[in-house]
Design a protein. Sequence first.
Length: 187
Amino acid sequence: MPVLKGNKVIAIENVPLGLFLLMRFNQMKPPFNNPAIRRAVMMAINQTDYMEAVVGNKDYYKEAKTFFTPGAPMSTGTGGAGAMQGNLEKAKAMLKEAGYKGEKIILLAPGDQPIAYQQCLITEDLFKRLGMNAELVATEWASFIGRRANRGLAELGGWSCFPTLWSCADTLYPALHPLIRANGGTA
């Protein structure tokens, strides 16, 4: 961007809809089958850490503690600000209270997808600062997709968590939003 910005014949503009970064937990298996453990992790998340790793220039990103596209009618921000405070000490206390017992966490990372991989590196660091037993498993995209389909125990080829992203066009409204479909195990 700095190189392009110096070129007078190139205009750099923010697009109205960008990317929506998020974290996907395997809620079917320990430790993230415990909602209190998921809430503890969310308490520790500092969105700026992710945005700086992925974008690096605050002129081109904004924090949005919402489940819907920022600025869309459904995007009220209700609940998000309370969940993602970037408070590591409070998150550690919540994790202890939730009963985290050091279960291994397999953090699945698509190593050939730069945005998602950067998110994984930040998440791995976050888990370790929380005192969680995290292992980053980086693969290429095809293997990532195959392993993502295995929702079994992480130690048996499954996974515990992976950061991902969606186009903000897909997260405007509940009818479009792929992450809130209520279709059970195929969701």
